[in-house]
Structures are given as C-alpha cells and as structure tokens.
Design a binder for this molecule. Structure first.
Ligand SMILES: O=C([O-])C(=O)C[C@H](O)[C@@H](O)C(=O)[O-]
Ligand SMILES: [Mg+2]
Length: 431
C-alpha cells in the first residue's frame, strides 16, 4: 500500500470574480477570496480542498498546514483534534456574527472547523486517489446517483459600481419581479433547475413577496424559497408567511436569532422555516430544535468542519425530525464536488441544495462541473473526481498577490459604499 503520510501542504489564496449580487448587507465585491488547499502524500497522491480565503481563515490555515506533515491522510479524526489545538488570536472571533451575519455566529471553534473543512476534503481526495475510490465511497457509499441543486436568484446590478471588467457578465440587472423571473427562466433553460431560491432582504418585503408571486405564476407548483437573511421582525415575517404560505417550500431565516425564529415558526401556520444563520454550530442545535425554531437545517461542510461532520449533522437532524438541505457561499468547483459527494451519502435529503456556482465565471478546474436537469451527477472517479488547472489557479493567485488588500476579506457593506458612500450595515430588524 502506498504511503499515506502527508509530505507537503500547499495553500493558494486566490481572488475569484464575483458578480454584483445584492443582499441585505450590501453587494458582493468584484472579487471574493477563496483558499485552495493541496495535500501531497509521501506515496505521491495529491488531494485538493477549498474553503474561505479571508485573512483570518488564511492565517489559521497556514498554522494548520505547518502541523500537518507526518499525519496520514486517513486520520480524519486526528485532523479535528489537530485543529482543536490550534492557537487562535482572540480578536479574530470577538464579533458575535461573521460577515455581517451571513455566516452566522462567529466562534473560535467554528473558525477552526471552517479551516479544517478544506483540509479534510483534500485528505479525502488524496486518500481516494490512492485507494482508487471516490470520496462518497470513503464516506460510506452513495445513496443516490445525482444531487439536485436549486437556482439561486439574486437581485443584482448589471455591473459593479467601480466597473471592474473581470466581474462583468451578460446577465444584466434584475431589480424587480420581471427581472427575477427572467433570471429564473435563464437558470432553468441553461441548467434545468426546477426549484428556485430568491435572496431577499434587499427591498421592502412587499416587493419581494411580489417577486415570489411572479415566480409562482411563471413556474407553477415548483419549490420556491425566500431568504432575507434575518432582516425582518417577527411581525413582518408572519405577514410574509401569510402571503406566501401557499407557494413556499420553506421560508429561510426570516428573522434573527433562535427565540424570534421559534416565535415565527409557532405562528406561521405550518410553513417550514429553514436556517443557515441561527444554527451553524453543534452547540446551537439543542435550543433551536427543542424550541421548534427550525424545520429545515441548511448544512454547509465549510461551517460544520467537513464532510463527515455534515453526515453527523444530518443524523442529528433525522433524530429530531428536522429536514436537511445545503447552504452555499460563493464557491468554485472543488467545493461543488465536495458538496455533491457528501450530499450523495445523506439519506432523506429532500430539498435541492443551494449553490452559487452558476454565478461564477471563473474556476480552478480543467473542466467546469455541469448541471443536467438541475442536478450534478455523482462522480465515481477516484477522490473528488476533479482536476486542478494549474494555470488558472496561478492566474487567480496572481490577482490575489496584486491586490492592495481591499478584496482579501469579504465585505459586502464596503462594496456597497462604492455606490452609496453613506451606506452602513443595516441593523436588524430592517423591516
Ligand atoms: O443562504 C444564505 O444565507 C447565503 O447564501 C449567504 C450568502 O452570503 C448570500 O447571502 C450571498 O452570497 O450574498
Ligand atoms: Mg440563507
């Protein structure tokens, strides 16, 4: 058997073009930071992973990478133990929420888990390549051959306020119900998506309700979701729930915090609530599930510490009768492959997973991952089944090197200030 010991770790921070997608915090920057992790075994296998690339993740990843050589890629429990022992500069986690709230609570453990997730995926990829087995087989085996994704609709501008060329695409603006329906039609035509999620919290709730109604008319009977990222009060959430109960698959994070979510859930007339905000760590589960605050948990292997922790999370959800789906942040094909492998192994995954991937015009893979009828076919090739394109990786890394630091941390409010200098992160509830 080939030597599974990690001999070398390569970390490549990159900046990836991102379109001007709007959310309640502001707008996406022209470029977003990601980190590509490679582990090379003494036996000659290279595995790849991907996680957040913002400075605090990168700093921690560097200190993790120094400790990894000598560990076998098969020792996945050891990875978590190693991550748990990483010293962490307190000021990196002293805020109560991350990225203005979009990534939920910010704790030292969660930062460690977000970093270790990229290494875990890289180790599984290297292990799979060594053994000639796909990652889903290492996770216990796939229970489905295709993983369904939903179209992630955003209000957006045609171009970034600064006019950066790399972030430009041919989607044009979408700022009203007609624009959102047109966007959904293109997603359906290009990728076959059959369920649709609208990122809300951008315009007053009546306008977003009108957009969802327009979607329901354009795509009768299709699963629809609306996610204002906690921007509404309990009363506003209940009003929206009343108006959209007949067409929504679930309402995602209408309001902020478990107690407020529990109140909405209790009075929403049976409309399920989903979250990737009030429950993003294991310690938050007990309160939320026992209070009935959440009916669908949006997993995310980056938050939860990897693919195996995602499976454990799904098991906890099953025990509580809570449904599982999957959240996404701007990500590339390495993470989409990882999401697909783990989703393939989770029984009872009844909701299509989120993905930002169709918005990304750039990738680090030799071949883009395709959606067929809204789904990704689960790869059976060894490891993740993807190949890094080194030239593309280098080009995106050179962009990161050339940046003056302004794009190296995601800050949607700062990006918004380029259009509106007085913009401040809105306090919640915004409506
Ligand atoms: O479901 C969600 O909350 C997200 O996808 C969070 C993301 O940060 C999204 O709001 C975005 O990309 O603007
Ligand atoms: Mg969400």
């Amino acid at each position: 058997m080939k030597d599974l010991t990690v001999a070398e770790v390569r970390l490549t921070p990159i900046l990836v073009a991102d379109p001007p997608l709007l959310n309640t915090q502001g707008v996406h920057q022209p470029y977003t930071p990601r980190l590509i992790v490679e582990v090379v075994t003494a036996g000659g296998a290279t595995g790849v992973g991907e996680t957040y690339g913002d400075t605090k993740y990168l700093e921690l990843a560097r200190s993790f990478a120094r400790r990894l050589p000598g560990h076998p890629v098969s020792d996945l429990n050891g990875l978590l133990a190693l991550a748990g022992a990483l010293p962490l500069d307190g000021h990196r986690t002293d805020g109560s929420v991350d990225v203005g709230g979009l990534r939920g609570v910010q704790t030292a453990d969660k930062l460690r888990l977000s970093v270790v997730s990229g290494f875990e995926v890289a180790c599984l990829d290297a292990l799979g390549r060594t053994l000639g087995m796909p990652v889903h087989a290492l996770l216990g085996g796939k229970v489905r051959d295709r993983v369904e994704y939903s179209a992630y609709l955003f209000y957006r501008w045609a171009a970034h306020p600064g006019g950066e060329a790399a972030g430009s695409d041919d989607w044009g603006a979408a700022l009203d119900p007609g624009g959102i329906v047109a966007q959904a039609r293109r997603f359906a035509a290009d990728h076959g998506f059959g369920s649709f999620k609208l990122k809300g919290g951008v315009f007053p709730p009546e306008e977003e309700v009108a957009a969802v109604r327009a979607l329901a008319e354009a795509f009768p009977g299709r699963p629809l979701r609306l996610d204002p990222n906690g921007a509404w009060s309990v009363e506003t959430s209940l009003k929206v729930a009343d108006e959209l109960r007949d067409v929504l698959e679930y309402l995602e994070d209408p309001t902020t915090g478990t107690p407020a979510m529990a109140e909405v859930a209790a009075r929403a007339g049976g409309l399920p609530l989903a979250t990737n905000m009030c429950v993003t760590t294991f310690p938050e589960i007990a309160e939320a599930f026992t209070a009935g605050a959440v009916q669908v948990l949006l997993s995310d292997h980056h938050y939860w510490g990897g693919l195996r922790n995602t499976q454990q999370l799904a098991a906890v959800c099953r025990a509580f009768g809570v449904g599982v789906s999957m959240h996404s942040n701007t990500h590339l094909g390495v993470s989409l492959a990882a999401m697909t492998h783990v989703a393939a192994t989770v029984p009872g995954l009844e909701h299509a997973c989120d993905t930002h991937y169709p918005w990304q015009t750039e990738d680090v893979l030799t071949e883009r991952i395709a959606f067929l009828d809204g789904a990704v076919t689960v790869p059976d090739a060894p490891g993740l089944g993807v190949t890094l394109d080194r030239d593309r990786l280098d080009a995106l890394h050179r962009r990161w090197l050339a940046d003056d630091g302004s794009m190296r941390d995601r800050d949607d409010a700062a990006a918004m200030r380029r259009a509106d200098p007085r913009w401040e992160t809105p306090s919640v509830p915004r409506w």
